[in-house]
Design a protein around this ligand. Sequence first.
Ligand code: 8YV
Length: 339
Amino acid sequence: MTKRYKVWVSRPLFAEALARLDQHVTLDAEAIERVHAPEQLRERLAGVDAAIVSLSDRVDAATLAGNGRLRVIANLAVGYNNLDIEALTRAGVLACNTPDVLNETTADYAWALMLAAARRVGAAERWLRAGHWTGAMRFDDWLGVDLHGKTLGILGMGRIGQAVARRASGFDMRVLYHNRSRLPESIERQCAARWVDQATLLRESDHLVLVLPYTPENHHVIGAAELAQMKRGSVLVNIARGGLVDEAALATALVSGQLAAAGLDVYEDEPAVHPALLELEQVVLSPHMGSASADTRRNMAQLAVDNVLAGLGLGSQAGHPPTPINPQVLHARGVLDKA
Ligand code: 8YV
């Protein structure tokens, strides 16, 4: 078979996913993990028909300038704040993401962070590994915050938020959520969750989880004013995007005791973590790994491959990429007519 299309994969990916691509296209896959500078990204994308990229690859109008070849960008993530969808649509490039396959894994991880932050798992483990457990422990050492019987607040109630909510019944928690639009009653019932306005959510939650997409409008949606509105002694968990939280204000709220603890998987300036947060024992920090289970990362990679192949008009789903972000492009300037 002559291979008509060339595809670039911006980071090392599972062999089985690359092998599927390799059957249909000429493949150029990065062998080492690196951050691509804007100019490198522009050059790489200029020479291919499709690419699989990830969150550190920012694709905007400047990246696409003069690129008459690129037809599909498949993001290895459900969130796509690294992609300028308007610019991609204008340029006739189909953009795709990886929704749904990571919902349950990411929701599991929200609970891992919530539990670890509330029950001080990180600090306790560091203390033990440092050899401090040498004698009797005080009865009032390592006191944490309960989850069972408390109120869980979820800001952003998409599919991951709903999966977080469903898990709360095992902890006998009351679940409140805030979302721009209220969910249909049937879903609220499944999640046993009640819609409240943002002020009520902040005031009443003992544990607040952020699961909303990052847009310029919700930059620092949790800043000093919102932290002050939260219940004293509550716990904040962010598994969404770092830019949702004013990290300096969060550090201040933790130091003052306004918040008991925080669990963070994402940061405003990844991979940098705000130095004030690094100083605090009551913050559990992880390196943006919410979707990182072996099964889910493999499924994400396969979904990105499905999107590339279908977007190029190849394979069993030719012409029907499973998870397009701007499907209007499929019907516009020849994404598929070359197939
Ligand atoms: C990343 C994520 O994709 O899907 C998202 O939006 O933030 C994560 O699942 C993952 O960390 C790979 O970079």
